[in-house]
Design a protein around this ligand. Structure first.
Ligand code: NAD
Ligand code: UDP
Length: 345
């Protein structure tokens, strides 16, 4: 029962986690419907690990086919559930699609866990559940604020569903990982973040601007109540983040949980402003970035960064990579994919 089902495993964080799992000797099967990722990601994973993970192109909203995956792989012992829609702005425009996808997918997976006696579950949650926090850095005990978007609300609702699902299923063991801002790419540059269309997130927008794909970066506000006026976030390297998932799976498999439902913040503990990110990128790449300050973006919080000490102490996990190497990895990935696309014509 060493196999891990990774939903959303061809996506950004999922693909990096699949690599870390495989390098630790876990068998993996990926479920992804490729709605926000490409099948070529499997080549990248194979390029790094030397092995192609099992892959099932299934939509988790299709309960029958989801159950079929559990029949086909009876050795599934745990699940890491990444698959979800994740664009905050889009979720305001298409709330029902977000609720339908993010919540039904989770319900079907929990039903499959029941039916096929799989007990270990790791959930991709987010620091959006804290909204604009009252105190910084944010601990796991900070109050959950009213979600500012349907996307954020799906994360809150999913965490509640998970807690409720535990009551009649005392064998279930669940870890919810609340990510801060994942950035960067695998050091091999064979996998990374591949946003479809215009990126919403800061770092892909920076790298696409630097490579000439976008005219300029729009910086959303410099009139915040922060030391330099720019918004502050906790930017965490995606490989560091992925390693925490392997540790969470090991914790579940080895019954080391303190409670049946555990929550961990995954961040560096350090808040950095948008300007600091831009300046660091310029320094390490030697490229001048074209940017312009515009109005604040609706729904943005002023500042949020983690107190990661619970994860540090309990999981024995710590963010290790520097901002410099993380931004360089994002830049190497950007150059790699652009050269690949240009070569294809
Ligand atoms: P991603 O879009 O790159 O990966 C998600 C994957 O899930 C995609 O490959 C997509 O095709 C797949 N998918 C979506 N719906 C599906 C369905 N119904 N059936 C099968 N596959 C489906 O996103 P990501 O950045 O890797 O995020 C992974 C998880 O982490 C998500 O749950 C997201 O909400 C959460 N998260 C991400 C961030 C971030 O900044 N990237 C921050 C906090 C939390
Ligand atoms: N940001 C920006 N320009 C962009 C994208 C993001 O100035 O094109 C800022 C945003 O206002 C926030 C930070 O960068 O302060 C991180 O935003 P991102 O969308 O990457 O993550 P979020 O914290 O919103 O999940």
């Amino acid at each position: 029962m060493n196999r891990v089902l990774v939903t959303g495993g061809t996506g950004y964080i999922g693909s990096h986690t699949v690599v870390e799992l495989m390098e630790k000797g876990f068998d993996v099967v990926i479920i992804d419907n490729l709605s926000n990722s490409q099948i070529e990601v499997l080549d990248g994973i194979a390029g790094i690990t030397g092995k192609r993970p099992d892959f099932e192109q299934v939509d988790l909203r299709d309960k029958a086919n989801t159950f079929n995956v559990f029949r086909k792989y009876p050795d599934i012992g745990s699940i890491i559930h990444f698959a979800a829609f994740k664009a905050v702005g889009e979720s305001v425009e298409k709330p029902l699609e977000y609720y339908h996808n993010n919540i039904n997918s989770l319900i079907y997976l929990l039903e499959a866990m029941n039916a096929f006696r799989v007990n270990n579950f790791v959930f991709s949650s987010s620091c959006t559940v804290y909204g604009e926090p009252d105190t910084l850095p944010v601990t796991e005990n900070a109050p959950i604020k009213k979600a500012s978007s349907p996307y954020g609300n799906t994360k809150q609702i999913c965490e509640e569903i998970l807690q409720d699902a535990l009551i009649p299923n005392p064998d279930f063991k669940i870890i919810s990982l609340r990510y801060f801002n994942p950035i960067g790419a695998h050091p091999s540059a064979l996998i990374g973040e591949l946003p479809v269309g215009v990126p919403n997130n800061l770092v892909p927008f920076i790298t696409q601007t630097a490579i000439g794909l976008r005219d300029e970066l729009r910086v959303f506000g410099n009139d915040y109540n922060t030391p330099d006026g720019y918004g502050i976030r906790d930017y965490i390297n995606v490989v560091d983040l992925s390693r925490a998932h392997v540790i969470a799976i090991e914790r579940l498999l080895e019954n080391r949980q303190k409670q049946k439902f555990e929550i961990f913040n995954l961040g560096t503990g350090k808040g950095l402003s948008v300007l600091e990110i831009i300046q660091t990128f310029e320094r390490i790449t030697g490229k001048k970035l074209k940017y312009r300050v515009v109005d604040r973006r609706d729904g943005d919080v002023e500042q949020v960064y983690a107190d990661p000490s619970y994860a540090n102490n309990e999981l024995g996990w710590k963010a290790e990579k520097t901002l410099e190497e993380t931004l360089l990895s994002a830049w190497s990935w950007e150059k790699y994919i652009r050269s690949k696309y240009n070569a294809k014509g």
